[in-house]
Design a protein around this ligand. Structure first.
Ligand code: GLU
Length: 480
């Protein structure tokens, strides 16, 4: 049977790097095996959840290309996919667990228990609920339920060992003696995470639960719930946490942590996906740059390593550069069109009569760009005659008193050279430099500053060819 996996974010914040990687691993696994990727919104923490965050999560997943087969917006046979719209199911499941004596109603006041716990902890003791409500008489319970007395429902943890074979970490065992009778329905009638997640994973027929390491300690409780419900226990793969370069848990201190911030900073979703995939997953071999399809073809849960993954922002930049380099020019142009429009440099002929020309310009600039937002500003010399001069470069390469005479001679060559292509221009410049007894660099640097305003650019002769004879010559006539 093809796998059914899910990503189940709590919409209490933006989609962050760790969540995105969890979503990606689930998605890759589903796509690899022709399975189903489900998105479920775990919004039962009403105070901390918001619809803005839900929308932001959808947007970031869409940007990353992590499309879901069942879930909000697309529907599916096991909806609704917001937990707050499924509360009846959790309450019914809890009632069934009470009826089968796997759970019991607890009328203790949360504040009293909190005080008991605090007192025990202050005295250096661990505190577990002592099951006093299991000793209530059945008719007492019935009377209090009928009177709508507020109460929680607790799971009755059996004696024994709870174990599971984690696909990443191997066998993990817990002694049930260390597991308290945990609450599954709180006294405000809302389910706790353990109950809702298991009820949903059972109903949605989840076959593998792939989620962060931080959930390992929750898993024995959930395994107990599956067993009590008579449901098949899915396989678990707990993915190691992501650390910052200083080996501390990734946080704001390390820079952007939400996927949306990377989008605004000009990162390509392809690069982000590639980078995230390799955070904790080892494809084997030396290849690092992968297309989406290559990742799908190779992904295995067993390839996830048990050690923590380190988030290296320089590596992300490198991936971005690699993926930008691989993008076809028309694709780059489409993505940077809003930037060009904002700069006033867009015109529709870039898509028609000047399409080949702009493709050649982009081929020059692309390999130098670390992110998409750097590309448009670097196109100034090609798309605008309104240059911005770098003072230091002007001073260094144009201010020597000998320069104007050299440039006059060079302009004469530029006006008459039969062919204005990069190779001919280079040969002509070198010949002129030799004739005048100067290093070619003198002409190269001066020309670069005159034509682009900057001390750095892609290969000068390609730049000249693409800027074109008339505009090059006009720019070479320096203001006095
Ligand atoms: N809503 C949980 C979280 O965001 C999901 C836990 C799970 O995947 O089981 O951490």
């Amino acid at each position: 049977m093809p796998p059914r996996v899910r990503f189940a974010p709590s919409p209490t914040g933006y989609l962050h790097v760790g969540g995105a990687r969890t979503a990606l691993f689930n998605w890759l696994y589903a796509r690899r095996h022709g399975g189903t990727f489900i998105l479920r919104i775990e919004d039962t923490d009403m105070e901390r959840s918001s619809t803005d965050m839900v929308t932001a999560i959808f947007d970031s997943m869409t940007w990353l290309g992590l499309d879901w087969d069942e879930g909000p917006r697309v529907g599916g046979p096991h909806g609704p996919y917001f937990q707050t719209e499924r509360l009846d199911k959790y309450r019914a499941a809890a009632d069934a667990l009470v009826a089968s004596a796997h759970a019991y109603r607890c009328f203790c006041k949360p504040d009293d228990l909190k005080a008991e716990r605090a007192a025990a902890e202050a005295a250096g003791q661990t505190w577990n609920y002592d099951r006093r409500c299991t000793r209530l008489a059945p008719d007492d319970i019935a009377r209090r339920v009928a009177a709508r007395e507020s109460h929680a429902v607790r799971f009755l943890v059996p004696a024994g060992i709870t174990a599971f074979d984690d696909l990443v970490h191997g066998r993990i065992e817990f002694d049930n003696a260390n597991i308290e009778d945990f609450v599954i329905i709180r006294s405000d009638t809302y389910p706790t995470y353990h109950l809702s997640v298991v009820v949903d994973d059972v109903e949605m027929q989840i076959t593998e639960v792939v989620r962060g390491d931080d959930h390992i300690s929750n898993t024995p409780k959930q395994v107990l719930l599956y067993v009590a419900m008579g449901a098949a226990v899915p396989k678990f793969a707990h993915v190691p946490l992501i650390m910052g370069p200083d080996k501390k848990r990734l946080s704001k201190r390390h820079g952007a942590t939400s996927v949306g911030e990377y989008e605004t900073q000009g990162y390509l979703p392809e690069a982000m996906v590639n980078f995230l995939a390799l955070l904790g997953w080892n494809p084997g071999g030396d290849q690092e740059v992968f297309s989406r399809q290559e990742l799908i073809d190779r992904f295995t849960l067993e390839g996830i390593s048990g050690g923590n993954a380190v988030f290296n922002p320089d590596k992300l930049d490198w991936f971005n550069q690699q993926h930008i380099m691989r993008l076809p020019a028309d694709d780059v142009l489409r993505r940077i069109r809003p930037d060009l429009e904002a700069l006033g440099w867009w015109s529709d002929d870039l898509l028609s009569t000047r399409a080949d020309w702009i493709a050649r310009v982009l081929a020059l600039i692309k390999p130098r760009a670390k992110n998409l937002s750097e590309i448009a500003p670097q196109m100034r010399a090609f798309l605008s005659d309104n240059l911005v001069f770098d003072d230091a470069a002007v001073k260094k390469h144009l201010s020597d008193p000998s320069v104007p005479a050299h440039l006059q001679a060079w302009i004469a060559v530029l006006e008459t050279t039969p062919s204005f292509d990069a190779a001919s221009l280079e040969a002509a410049l070198r010949a002129l430099a030799e004739a005048r007894g100067i290093k070619p660099g003198v002409l190269i640097h001066a020309t670069r500053v005159a034509v682009t305003g900057q001390g750095n650019s892609p290969g000068l002769f390609e730049v000249l060819e693409l800027v074109g004879r008339d505009r090059v010559i006009a720019r070479m006539h320096l203001p006095a």
